[in-house]
Design a protein around this ligand. Structure first.
Ligand code: ZN
Length: 159
């Protein structure tokens, strides 16, 4: 089965129609199909598209950033947090010194008690992508081996 490298522009909206992200005005996204470079639900629904296609793709939360997991929400004491200065709802920081520590979001503050949510900020959100396919080509053997797109229209890196 031929795998493809797809170049596309997108605008991402939440169910209320609010724009969360867009590539408009910047570089398009380039990815190798089935390599986990974009969220699974979008990758799957763009299989077989042709260059020039404009389409709307709905991706349920479970196929995007996952369902919201209540077990990832916990309350801690303010003094336990590695944050100096003022703290407010919506602040995000890494929950530990390790650079791979999860990013947590402050969702509530009640005196000395702070509620943190370690879910991805888009967990539990159904996503709508308005997509314009810029280019589609067959992936090279090297790209398939590396598991990502290469070249002028790729992310430019090579090892
Ligand atoms: Zn590579």
């Amino acid at each position: 089965m031929t795998r493809h490298v797809v170049t596309f522009h997108y605008t991402l909206r939440d169910p209320s129609g609010r724009v969360l992200d867009t590539s408009a005005g910047g570089d398009p996204i380039v990815y190798l199909e089935g390599a986990g470079q974009i969220i699974d639900g979008l990758d799957e629904q763009l299989r077989g598209v042709a260059a020039g296609t404009k389409t709307r793709v709905q991706v349920p939360a479970a196929r995007a950033y996952g369902d919201h997991d209540p077990a990832q929400v916990q309350q801690v004491r303010r003094a336990q947090l590695p944050v100096d200065g003022e703290l407010k709802v919506g602040d995000q920081f890494q929950a530990g010194a390790d650079r791979f520590a999860p990013v947590v979001t402050v969702v509530a503050i009640d005196g000395d008690k702070v509620t943190l949510d370690a879910n991805h900020p888009l967990a539990g959100t159904d996503l709508t992508f308005d997509v314009e396919i810029v280019a589609v080509r067959a992936a090279t053997g090297e790209e398939i081996q590396h598991g990502h797109a290469h070249g002028r229209d790729g992310h430019g890196h090579c090892h």
